[in-house]
Design a protein around this ligand. Structure first.
Ligand SMILES: [Zn+2]
Length: 96
């Protein structure tokens, strides 16, 4: 059985996406959602296409539901200095 949520649209046409769905699909505050129509349904698609930190689409890794590019992974490792060794637990996404 699919989870279903009922939400009312407010006077300005806004609707709240439940936190459970945002967390499951890695949809953060300020991120874009694509709305599309399919016969009698409206579909919401997370549409993060680049790095969550800089927007780059070069060599993306997934971590906690977000995409991060290799340059930002390296930047974070450098910020952490000697406290981080080896990989950060991120796995590459897309074609290798
Ligand atoms: Zn980046």
């Amino acid at each position: 059985m699919r989870a279903a949520y009922v939400r009312r649209i407010d006077d300005l046409g806004r609707v709240v996406v439940p936190a459970e769905l945002r967390n499951r699909f890695g949809i953060g505050s300020g991120e874009a959602l694509q709305l599309s129509m399919e016969s009698d349904r409206v579909l919401l698609h997370p549409c993060q296409t680049g790095c969550a930190m800089c927007g780059s689409s070069d060599r993306l890794y997934r971590l906690h539901g977000r995409s991060i590019c290799s340059a930002c992974v390296t930047g974070v490792k450098n910020m952490a200095g000697h406290h981080v060794t080896g990989h950060v637990g991120a796995e590459p996404t897309g074609p290798r």
